[in-house]
Write a protein of this length. Structure first.
Length: 335
C-alpha cells in the first residue's frame, strides 16, 4: 500500500455516478475504510457524493493522484475512460477497485493488465457476482456432474446514461448488463469457445426520438469449451416494470436456480435432495471486503475478480458484439 493508515484505508473515488453512490454506501458501513477524496468532471456531483464525509473534491483525477495520500482508489468512470486513471494509479503502486467492465476495448484492457502485473499492485474488477457466497458452494454440489445448460436472465429497468445508450462509447446492454452473466457463466462452467447473438428490433425502454443506438433486448448464446451451452437474455424495460435477475443451472443430477439482486438464494434439487441456501452477505459488500483485505495483505490474487479474468469476460463480450454485427457464430479471441 502506497500510503494511508494500516488500520483505516483512505479511499478515493474517480467518477461520482450512481455506482459510486453504491460504493460510498458500502464504505460508510465499514469501520476500517474512509472516503478521503472524490473526483468527477462535474465538481458539483463530486461534492454531492462527498457530502458529510470531509472528503476533498477534484475535477481532474491527475490532481487527486498528485495531492492525496491514499490507500486505495475506486475507478467508477464510464469504461472508455478506465485506462488512463487505472494505469496511472497502478504505476504509482496504488491499489484500485475498477468498476466492470475492465475497459471498453481489449487494447485498453491489455494495458491495465500489464500495469497491474508489472507493479504487482492489487487490482480488482467489480464483477461482484464472482464474490457471491453461494457461488462457492456450487463446486461441492456439482462435483462429479456435467453441466449441460445455463440460462441467465437480466430483465428489468436500469438507469439510462448517455454513454450507455451509445454502443461505441459504452457497449450498451450487451457489455454493461450481459457481461455480468457472461462472467457468471465462466465462473460456473468454465471458458467460452464461441458466441452467437441476436437482437430484437423493438424498443422497450426508450421513447420516440430518444437518442441512442443500442439494442433494448438481446440474446447471447455461449458455446463452452466443456461442451455445455449457456444463454444470456437481456432486456431493458421501462421504470416501474418488474425485473428478473438470475441463472438456472442444469446438470446431470441437478436443477438449480441462482437468484440474484434483490434476492440472493440458491434453490432446486441436487441428487434427489432439495437445496435451499441464502447468501450471508450482499455480494457487492463481499467483493469490496475481499479487495480491502487483499490491499492489507498485499495479495493481488485474493480479489474476487482479477484483471486477466475480467479481460477474458470482455473478450467474450467483444466476440458477442461481432456476432451481432455479422449474424454468425464467432470464435472467442480469433479476431
Amino acid at each position: 500500500m502506497r500510503g494511508g493508515s494500516l488500520s483505516i484505508v483512505r479511499v478515493g473515488i474517480v467518477g461520482a455516478g450512481w455506482i459510486a453512490q453504491e460504493h460510498r454506501r458500502v464504505l460508510d458501513a465499514m469501520a476500517d475504510a474512509e472516503l478521503a477524496a472524490v473526483c468527477d468532471i462535474d465538481l458539483g456531483r463530486a461534492g454531492t457524493l462527498a457530502a458529510g464525509t470531509g472528503a476533498r473534491t477534484y475535477s481532474d483525477w491527475r490532481d487527486l493522484l498528485d495531492r492525496e495520500d491514499l490507500g486505495a482508489l475506486f475507478v467508477c468512470t464510464p469504461p472508455r475512460s478506465h485506462r488512463d486513471p487505472a494505469v496511472a494509479a497502478l504505476s504509482q503502486g496504488l491499489p484500485i477497485y475498477l468498476e466492470k467492465p475492465i475497459a471498453r476495448t481489449l487494447e485498453d484492457a491489455a494495458e491495465i493488465v500489464a500495469a497491474a502485473r508489472g507493479t504487482g499492485t492489487v487490482c480488482a474488477v467489480g464483477y461482484q457476482w464472482h464474490a457471491l457466497d453461494l457461488l462457492g458452494e456450487l463446486p461441492g454440489l456439482l462435483a462429479g456432474q456435467q453441466i449441460g445448460l445455463l440460462v441467465g436472465t437480466n430483465i428489468g429497468p436500469t438507469q439510462s446514461r448517455p454513454w450507455l445508450t451509445d454502443m461505441r462509447a459504452g457497449g450498451g446492454n450487451l457489455l454493461e448488463r450481459g457481461s455480468h452473466h457472461i462472467d457468471l457463466a465462466r465462473a460456473v462452467a468454465g471458458e467460452v469457445a464461441a458466441v452467437q447473438a441476436a437482437a430484437s428490433r423493438v424498443r422497450l425502454a426508450r421513447g420516440a426520438g430518444e437518442a441512442g443506438d443500442i439494442d433494448d433486448a438481446l440474446t447471447i448464446m455461449l458455446e463452452l469449451a466443456s461442451g455445455a451451452l449457456a444463454t444470456v437474455v437481456v432486456a431493458w424495460t421501462r421504470p416501474g416494470q418488474p425485473g428478473t435477475y438470475g441463472m438456472d443451472i442444469i446438470a446431470s443430477e441437478a436443477t438449480l436456480r441462482l437468484a440474484l439482486d434483490p434476492d440472493f438464494t440458491l434453490s432446486g434439487v441436487n441428487r434427489g435432495e432439495p437445496v435451499t441456501r441464502r447468501a450471508a452477505t450482499h455480494p457487492f459488500e463481499r467483493s469490496v471486503r475481499r479487495f480491502l483485505d487483499a490491499v492489507r495483505d498485499r495479495d493481488p490474487a485474493a480479489v474476487a475478480c482479477t484483471p486477466p479474468d475480467a479481460t477474458a469476460t470482455l473478450a467474450v463480450a467483444v466476440a458477442a458484439e461481432r456476432a451481432l454485427q455479422t449474424s454468425r457464430a464467432v470464435q472467442v479471441g480469433t479476431f
